[in-house]
Every structure is written in structure tokens, then in C-alpha cells.
Design a protein around this ligand. Structure first.
Ligand SMILES: [Fe+2]
Length: 400
């Protein structure tokens, strides 16, 4: 499947200037994304056409050419072979027959996608209804400031399934449950892509007792107070709550004021646009979580074996229109070193146990709810890409 799907490699902020490059690794596949001297973004399979050495690793800027570190074959940034040491020894070697092996590359907003399949459908078609659905938000004003790659003891699908349903919130995320609606959380499946919406700033209807405004505020501050720029123990500002204002209104106002501090005008955004999380899933491994002032993209990758994988968090800040990029910081860490906030830490902590459980010989099937229909959709797409026979073992997920 991996050589045939569009996948997020990096962001425009990683490869904004001529000579910027980024090596995207996904399992055994390695793709170089390069901004050429002509300003054109290109992608190549990371391999020397002489003896197969990898050409480059990591990311950086100021690249002028690509020289293999083994025997010195050298390409320009558009992938044309320029130099072969001791070329006579190869006989009649035609330089033009050995360009770098191109991969497809395209951008949507500030995400850079690659696809190893030269005949793949266009990215815009692959993304289906998603770009139109979120067009109101102006994603192009977000800038990536960092990526975090977290090595976990779980398969890439175990990771991706975790961010494809909200059914686990009531149990795994009790704090979050006190400040978001996981019951009226409509989902839609488009094909390769799907969506869930979740409203924040109110208690889950599943919680029987009526929480006070202050309790809902506290839960929000504990789980995502950073989005408002308030301290972890910031009390509910009851004195600033006007008559008729909900907790969500107060949080939205605080978040807008925080954005104003970095020059971002969110006066156009309604409380709903500030507080409703639009969560998109893009097959096979990507989710995009967004509201008017927040964007996080997460992907998962295969690790060295099927019981290990990587969770990649791509972190963004909304900036004033036309803001320059700052080169993102890319960090890598082990699961126990990562502290990406309370909720994600809870998500990561549970992964190793799921992976171990899935190996138990008595477990032959999973039983999924329609709340988990995006999980079902991912696996249906996967079976399709793997050309498996029509999956008669896979049922459920229909709207009740
Ligand atoms: Fe979670």
C-alpha cells in the first residue's frame, strides 16, 4: 500500500527556499523533497542509480546538488545526472538515462504530500471533500513551528486507529470528557477521507450531574489551556462572564485575545468556529485537527518491525496573513520521554498494551461500534489497496 498512497511528507515551511530539502522516511521508503534553484518543489526516491546508496538524510538548506557519498555520482536539484567519476569505465553510459527516480509531490495548503506511484490520482482528487469543507478556516495562515516524532511500541495502524474515534474519550480521557461533547459528534465518510466534529467548552451529555461553569473551565484548562495561553491553575473568570455568555463563549473570547497578542485577528470567528474541532482523517495514516485558531496534524509510520511505529505530530500556529516561515524544529523521542500534553500522553500510554493484546491467540475478531466507523473505513480501504477479496469478515459501521 505505501508505494501507492498520497502521504504527508513535511510542510511548506520545511522546504520554502531554493536548496531546502527534507528526507521523508516511512518504513523502508525514503523520499527526498527538494526545492530547486528554480523554486519548483520536487521529490525523488532517495537512491543512487549506480549502486543503490541513499543519497541524503535528515533535512537542511543550502543544497546545491546531490552527490552520492559512495562513488560520487552527482545530480542537480532537478534530478539530472551531472557527473560520473571515471565515466569511461562504464562504456557508452548515457547520462540522460540516469535521472533521479521521481516521486509525485503536491501541496495542499501548507502540507507537502508525496506519492511513489507515478500513475496515482491527483492529490486534489484523493482529498475528496476535505479541502472544500475546511476552506472557511484559512489554513494557509498557519505556520509549522515543530514536528515531534515519537517512537512507540505499536503498529502504525494501532496508532492511527486511536485518532479515528471518540468512543474512548469517556474512559481514557476523563478530564477531556468534562469539557467536550462526545455524544453529538457527527461523522461522515467520503472515501479515502472522513470527518468527525466535536464541540468543546461544554460537558459531555454522558455525565449525569450538572457541572458548574467553573468545573467545565477547569477541565478545559487542564486539557488544553495552552490554546488560551492561560496558566494551568487559572481560575474561571466569573467577573468577565457577561449575562447569557456560556463557558464556550468565555473560552472563545480568551482564545481570541491570546491570538491578538501575536497579531492575529480572529474577530471574524464565531464561538462555534473557535470551539468546534473539525477532525479529518485521510487514508492511510493522517489526521488533521482544526478550529479557527488551532491546527495539529498527526501521522503514523511503520517502525523497524510490525510491533513498533512512530507517531508524528506536526504543530502549527496561526499567524497574521503573509507571515514569513520560521524553519520548524524537528525532534525525535521515545514514548516515555514525550509529554505532548495530558490527553495525547494518555493516548500514547495505552498503545503498547493494545499492541500486546492484539497478539493474544484467543482474539480472532474485533467488535466495532458505529462510533468507530472511521476505523472501519480505514481498514476497508486498506483491504482494497492490498487487493484482498471483498472483506466479508468486516461488517458493521452503518448509521443506526
Ligand atoms: Fe484519545
Amino acid at each position: 500500500m505505501w508505494p501507492r498512497v498520497w502521504q504527508v511528507a513535511c510542510t511548506v515551511d520545511h522546504v520554502a527556499e531554493p536548496g531546502d530539502y527534507f528526507e521523508y522516511r516511512c518504513g523502508p521508503n525514503s523520499v527526498l523533497v527538494i526545492r530547486g534553484d528554480d523554486g519548483v518543489l520536487r521529490a525523488f526516491q532517495n537512491v543512487c542509480r549506480h549502486r543503490g546508496n541513499s543519497l541524503c538524510d535528515g533535512s537542511g538548506s543550502g543544497l546545491r546538488e546531490l552527490q552520492c557519498g559512495y562513488h560520487g555520482w552527482t545530480w542537480d536539484l532537478s534530478g539530472i545526472l551531472k557527473r560520473v567519476p571515471h565515466r569511461k569505465g562504464f562504456g557508452a553510459l548515457q547520462m540522460s538515462e540516469f535521472p533521479l527516480i521521481a516521486a509525485r509531490v503536491d501541496t495542499w495548503e501548507r502540507l507537502v504530500f508525496v506519492n511513489l506511484d507515478a500513475n496515482a490520482m491527483p492529490l486534489a482528487e484523493y482529498l475528496e471533500a476535505m479541502p472544500g469543507d475546511i476552506a472557511w478556516c484559512g489554513l494557509g495562515d498557519f505556520r509549522c513551528y515543530a514536528t515531534m516524532t515519537i517512537e512507540v511500541d505499536a503498529n502504525w495502524k494501532t496508532i492511527a486507529d486511536g485518532y479515528s474515534e471518540t468512543y474512548h474519550i469517556q474512559t481514557l480521557h476523563p478530564e477531556l470528557h468534562r469539557c467536550m461533547d462526545d455524544v453529538y459528534a457527527p461523522q461522515v465518510i467520503w472515501g479515502h477521507t472522513g470527518k468527525s466534529e466535536q464541540l468543546y467548552g461544554l460537558q459531555s451529555p454522558q455525565i449525569k450531574e450538572q457541572l458548574t461553569d467553573s468545573e467545565v473551565w477547569d477541565a478545559y484548562v487542564t486539557t488544553q489551556g495552552a490554546l488560551m495561553g492561560v496558566a494551568e491553575d487559572a481560575p474561571f473568570p466569573a467577573d468577565r462572564q457577561r449575562p447569557g455568555q456560556s463557558v464556550a463563549d468565555v473560552i472563545a473570547e480568551h482564545t481570541k485575545a491570546f491570538a491578538t497578542g501575536r497579531g492575529v485577528d480572529l474577530s471574524w470567528a464565531t464561538t462555534d468556529q473557535m470551539m468546534r474541532l473539525h477532525q479529518y482523517n485521510v487514508f492511510p495514516n493522517m489526521t488533521l485537527l482544526v478550529n479557527a485558531d488551532h491546527l495539529t496534524v498527526m501521522t503514523s509510520h511503520p517502525g523497524p518491525d510490525p510491533d513498533h511505529g512512530e507517531l508524528v505530530m506536526i504543530l502549527w500556529t496561526r499567524m497574521p496573513p503573509g507571515a514569513p516561515r520560521a524553519k520548524p524544529a524537528d525532534v525525535r523521542m521515545k514514548a516515555d520521554e514525550a509529554h505532548p500534553g495530558l490527553v495525547l500522553t494518555q493516548d500514547i500510554t495505552v498503545l503498547a498494551g493494545i499492541q500486546r493484546g492484539l497478539h493474544q491467540p484467543g482474539l480472532t475478531h474485533l467488535t466495532l461500534s458505529n462510533e468507530e466507523r472511521r476505523v472501519i473505513n480505514t481498514h476497508r480501504n486498506l483491504e482494497r489497496y492490498l487487493d484482498l477479496p471483498e472483506p466479508d469478515r468486516m461488517t458493521g459501521g452503518e448509521t443506526p
